[in-house]
Design a binder for this molecule. Sequence first.
Ligand code: ZN
Length: 341
Amino acid sequence: MTCVLFSAFASSQQSFTVGTATAAPGQKALGFIEVPARGDAAASIPVAVFQGAKPGPVLALVSGSHGTEYASIIALERVIQTLDPAQISGTVIVLPLVNVPSFLQKVPHVNPVDGKSMNRFYPGNAEGTQTDRVSYAITKQVVERCDYLIDYHGGDLDENLRPYSYWPKSGNAKQDATTHDMVMAFGLDHVIVWSDRPKDPAASRFLDNTANTRGKPAIAVEAGYSGTVRPEDVSALLSGTLSVMRYLKMLPGAPTVVEHPVFLGKVDTVSSEQDGIFYPTVERGTYVEPGMKVGYVTDYFGKVIQEAKAPAAGVVLYICGVPSMKKGDAIANIGEVTTTP
Ligand SMILES: [Zn+2]
């Protein structure tokens, strides 16, 4: 018996490589996923690999596809400093900052190299622009090699956001049960139930959906807002990560699960009808009734040109946090509570 166990143990003890980072069992390695130039600039995506001393699943943690959603990026910096490979069963791949140009240039929402959101072009394209090529590299080198994935976001520079997570329902009961448990273990108490995501793995668009359409349970989480790095947001993302690792039996101990989740079945976006100056009248997290004013838009001389009202009852997931308001941009996202997720 001892012999069999030893051999199973020994056979799982191999090094694990992502990009230039190769971690031997019980070790951590740091490096980069190098994406060569092709039409536009090359990209160099930082990666940390933790190869546990004991066998277990491969978990991928990805942040910073929007490079100014700072709390989520700093949270994965903390994860890199916190994890001890000697304590881990399995492998953890951490990409703390996918969109380096956005971070360096302080450009929200998109990669300034090609103007594309880095969470809309999965599974990517090896012959496209930088966002396409980076997305392709992450699909091949991270998504296809992991068993579970968490994608981290938050309110961007202009988004005053309350924390929440996404439960992506695929229709596959077993996978949906796992992603449900991952969301509960992560610990954010407001959960958007997202059931209308693309089903085609070749047109998966979002990172978590790229994993889910390949049979790898994945969730997305959001905390932080408006350029801030609040300790409570960072610690919620850090402790949620460790709790999911306990749920997956990659760390000893039991996960801490949400006791009273609030499920949101539909998200309404209130958009601006014109260019102008925005003034919010509610805070993130406010519960609103249908028709309640959430803010207003003026022209550049102070004349009110739009009263922005909630179309339905729900919770303000985020509200624009800056005066800049362009026609068609989101003023607020309001999540409608559902009791039948
Ligand atoms: Zn984001």
